[in-house]
Design a protein around this ligand. Structure first.
Ligand code: PGA
Length: 259
């Protein structure tokens, strides 16, 4: 499967910083065949309009960090899929751990967003992952099973092939996170693939890229990507410098191509 590698810049970077970052990343990765590696950036909403032309030129797919399930309406503070279409966004990130745990989004809300994203032709990037407490209680697999079952409710087999999933254990994310060991990530990715197979079928499940995210860095990226069922990386802090991100992309591609 083609490698998917990208970053969510969270609530960092101004419009000017985002545009420069995407432009630099495009230049640095210009020789990388996008059939081998799909590179994506998911910046704050305010940057999307200005960044979309630059991203298109740079051959970088652009995503939104969140999206309302309704096309329009009385939803103060939300951004609709119609508005995101207008600025040429291709990926809709849904259910990042900060959305779930800081803003209390539920699986039912994530499900409505997944359905809406598919209806509008976005690539839904649904994030799942257990908390430290759930992991310690031995409930990682059951947590992820319920996030996937509820989050992907009413998604057809045909639409399933358009999904991307990110496994982002809550305890691995951010400045206080500890990266998942490659073995553990591989183990959970295998569980995710088998849940997707149960929900759809093997042919559909095998087409869904499962990305790992949570404290990916230049030291662990290659060890993570060689794990079975790890089809890509979803990176925060370590990708926010274009040179550093370019280095990770090239290291990972090298490993994948020589595997
Ligand atoms: P991090 O963020 O790489 O900075 O841990 C990952 C994420 O939140 O997607």
């Amino acid at each position: 499967m083609k490698l998917r590698i990208g970053t969510n810049t969270k609530m960092y970077m101004t419009i000017a910083q985002t545009c420069k970052f995407i432009d630099d990343l495009g230049r640095l990765t210009a020789d990388i065949d996008r059939e081998e590696a799909e590179i994506f950036v998911i910046p704050p909403y305010t940057s999307l309009d200005r960044a979309s032309e630059i991203a298109a030129r740079a051959n970088i797919r652009l995503g939104a960090q969140n999206m309302c399930w309704a096309d329009e309406g009385q939803f103060t503070g939300e951004i609709s899929p119609v508005m995101l279409k207008e600025v040429d966004v291709q990926i809709a990130e849904i259910g990042h751990s900060e959305r779930r745990h800081v803003f209390h989004e539920t699986d039912e809300m994530e499900n409505m967003k997944v359905i809406t994203a598919l209806r509008h032709g976005f690539t839904p990037l649904l994030c799942v992952g257990e908390t430290a407490e759930q992991k310690d209680r031995g409930q990682a697999a059951e947590t992820i099973r319920s996030q996937l079952t509820l989050g992907l409710k009413n998604v057809s087999k045909a639409d399933a092939e358009k999904l991307w999933i990110a496994y982002e254990p809550v305890w691995a994310i951010g400045v206080n996170g500890t990266p998942a060991s490659p073995d553990y990530a591989g183990h959970i990715h295998g569980i995710i693939r088998s849940i997707l197979t149960e929900l759809f079928d093997k042919a559909a499940a095998d087409k869904i890229p499962i990305l790992y995210g949570g404290s990916v860095n230049p030291e662990n990226a290659c060890k993570l990507i060689v794990q079975p069922d790890v089809d890509g990386l979803f990176i925060g802090r370590s990708a926010w410098d274009a040179e550093r991100f370019n280095g990770i992309i090239r290291d990972v591609l090298n490993v994948v191509n020589n595997a």
